[in-house]
Every structure is written in structure tokens, then in C-alpha cells.
Design a binder for this molecule. Structure first.
Ligand code: KG4
Ligand code: ZN
Length: 334
């Protein structure tokens, strides 16, 4: 079954064709990063306009690269939330038009579910129950999955999302946007034990996260060093910050895995592209007998193949969205 996936929830315009929820025939991502870079972050109105320009060509290219024709498509999956409402609407309207014109089923997909399903593209044999760690620009969630399509929230951030913390700290350090990859680059060769930064474990047993104190600690450190005329090593500070985020993510994820007795953890979202997180969580998981999966780097950040994959499982269960499907900016998964 060939499913066309469409993703426009933030600043990436993406279209993909996926066969049977696992074979990625094409995965086109038209990034808007260059446009938003000069503003230091995503400007919602600019994102919507760019999606309008970029989406139709992206879909045509996705079909072309897949060697598929419109008539080969058997379903359209589209992100309908959470995200920027104007941005989401471009994808949703386009998907509805295609589904109506081709008379094929439409399925709305939750963006977070899409991130999780990026893992099934490469590991379709994974068996439930599983634990998901979604770490993106907007979310930091520990999610228990007893079966396909069922989600139980075990913990989430009380303030900044992990990716947001990377982005904000990168801005303080003058590293630009998006901050995650910039910090990872700056941290290379740095000493992660050089700067002592706090880890917010919160109250005993809590699986929630908090990253705003860490962000403030980085800011205070920079100010203090500057006031004392001492300067600091950018790579040491970036490495120490990255380690502080990774330490908390890894410990809480493994604690959640222990509690639910899952055999495997699926990491997902833009921050799952971070090499320090990938290495640490895999190594620590192995020691505890928990298998840890990460999507390939290109499937961690926003893309439409993951949306087509998540949509495929819903379509295969007979689920359909009506042509009245609307964008839901604060769509919940739970
Ligand atoms: O999933 P995503 O592409 O978009 C959202 O749904 O938010 O995630 C984007 C977030 C940004 O905050 C970005 O800084 C972060 O993921 N990110 C990273 C890395 N690559 C992207 N954070 C840390 N290390 C990375 N290599
Ligand atoms: Zn995302």
C-alpha cells in the first residue's frame, strides 16, 4: 500500500511516499532554515507562506523520486497537530484536496506519533509494549505504548523542551539557529566535566523534566566569567551543557523502562539526532538489558516519511479522517 505523507507543522515542508509503512520510496524535505535564520527562530507567518510555495513542488518531487503516479497512491497521511496553526493548515488543506480528487482515504496524524513511528520504518518487527522518548523543539515526553496507537504519558517537561533548551542556550552563546546541531558541533573536543551545571531530578520518583534552571545556570556562568574578565571555553561549556541534558534524559528514560518492564525503548524527535544522547542511552540501556532504538539521523528531524508510516498503521486498522479534518495546534496524544 503506497501512502503519501505530508508534514508542514513547523519550518520544514515535507512530502514522502512510503510503501506498507516501512519502505521509504522518497522522502523530500524542503527546509526553511535559511529563511528563519536571520530572525533567530521560526516566524509563524513566514513559515505558512513558505509552505504554500514549497509544498506542491515537494509532493511532485516525492512522487517522481518514488517512481509513482497519482493513481498508485492508496492513502494520504497528514500532520494535523500539534504545531503552528497556519503552517498545519497548508498541509491539511492540500492533503484533503488530494484525497478528494483521487477518492482515496485521508488520515490525520499526530506529529509526535509520527516521530515515534520513524522507528518502525527501520524496525518494523518491534513488538509492544514499548517505551517512547520524544525529544523535540516542542516536547520532552516519556510515553508508554501498550499497543499500536495507544499512548500513556509517564513524564514530560514542566518548562522548556529539550530542543528548546538547546536552541535558547545556543542563542546565549551566539551559536545561531537551530541550536541543537550548533551546540553539538561546538561541544566536539570539549570537556563535559569542565563546567559544573545542575541536573533537575525533581522530586524522588518523578519522571518529569525541567530544563529552564539549566538554561539560567549557563547564562549566569557566562555573565560571571565575563564580569570577572575571565572568558570561558565555548567547547567546554557546550559539552557540559549537552552532558547535563543527556544525563537526565538517559536516567529518567531507563527508570521508566524498568517500571514498565519494556524490552525496548524508541527515541524520537530532533534531539534524538544528538550523538551524545544516542551513544549514552544505547550504552546505558545495553548494560541494563534494554534495547534502545534511534531512527537514522535524517528520520529524527521533521520529515513526512514518519507521518506516512504512522498513517499507514492507522489506515491498515481501518481508520479514516473526514474531509472536514481541521488543524489542531495543541493536539494531544494522550
Ligand atoms: O523534531 P524537530 O525537527 O522539530 C520539532 O518537532 O520540534 O526538532 C527540532 C529540535 C530543535 O530544537 C533542534 O535544535 C533540535 O531538535 N535538534 C538537536 C539536534 N538536531 C536537532 N538537538 C540536539 N542535538 C542535535 N544534533
Ligand atoms: Zn518534530
Amino acid at each position: 500500500m503506497l501512502v503519501l505523507g505530508i508534514e508542514t507543522s513547523c519550518d520544514d515542508t515535507a512530502a514522502a511516499v512510503v510503501a506498507d509503512g516501512r519502505r521509504v520510496l522518497s522522502n523530500v524535505v524542503a527546509s526553511q532554515v535559511a529563511v528563519h535564520q536571520e530572525f533567530g527562530g521560526v516566524v509563524p507567518e513566514v513559515a505558512s507562506r513558505k509552505h504554500i510555495e514549497l509544498l506542491a513542488p515537494a509532493i511532485r518531487r516525492a512522487l517522481q523520486e518514488a517512481g509513482a503516479d497519482w493513481s498508485d497512491l492508496e492513502g494520504v497521511a497528514v500532520t494535523y497537530g500539534p504545531g503552528l496553526v497556519g503552517a498545519l493548515l497548508v498541509g491539511v488543506s492540500t492533503a484533503k484536496a488530494i484525497a478528494y480528487a483521487l477518492n482515496i482515504p485521508l488520515i490525520g496524524v499526530n506529529h509526535l506519533e509520527g516521530h515515534i513511528y520513524a522507528n518502525f520504518l527501520e524496525q518494523p518487527q518491534l513488538e509492544m509494549p514499548l517505551l517512547g522518548l520524544v525529544v523535540s523543539g516542542g516536547h520532552t515526553d516519556l510515553i508508554y505504548m501498550p499497543e499500536h496507537g495507544k499512548y500513556v504519558l509517564m513524564g514530560s517537561t514542566r518548562d522548556d523542551a529539550a530542543g528548546e533548551a538547546f536552541d535558547k542556550v545556543a542563542r546565549v552563546l551566539g551559536l545561531g539557529y537551530p541550536g541543537g546541531p550548533a551546540i553539538e558541533r561546538a561541544a566536539q573536543g570539549g570537556n563535559a566535566a569542565a563546567v559544573s551545571l545542575p541536573r533537575a531530578w525533581l522530586e524522588p520518583g518523578s519522571l518529569d523534566f525541567s530544563f529552564s534552571g539549566l538554561k539560567t545556570a549557563v547564562l549566569s556562568y557566562v555573565r560571571r566569567q565575563q564580569q570577572q574578565g575571565e572568558g570561558f571555553s565555548l567547547s567546554d561549556l557546550a559539552a557540559s551543557f549537552q552532558q547535563a541534558v543527556v544525563d537526565v534524559l538517559v536516567e529518567k528514560t531507563l527508570e521508566a523502562a524498568r517500571r514498565q518492564k519494556v524490552a525496548a525503548v524508541l527515541a524520537a524527535g530532533g534531539v534524538a539526532a544528538n550523538r551524545c544522547l544516542r551513544k549514552t542511552l544505547k550504552e546505558r540501556g545495553e548494560k541494563e538489558g534494554v534495547r534502545v532504538f534511534f531512527p537514522s539521523l535524517s528520520l529524527c528531524t521533521d520529515n513526512a516519511a514518519m507521518i506516512a508510516a504512522a498513517g499507514y498503521y492507522r489506515l491498515a486498522r481501518g481508520e479514516r479522517s473526514p474531509l472536514t479534518l481541521n488543524a489542531v495546534p495543541d493536539l494531544e496524544l494522550f
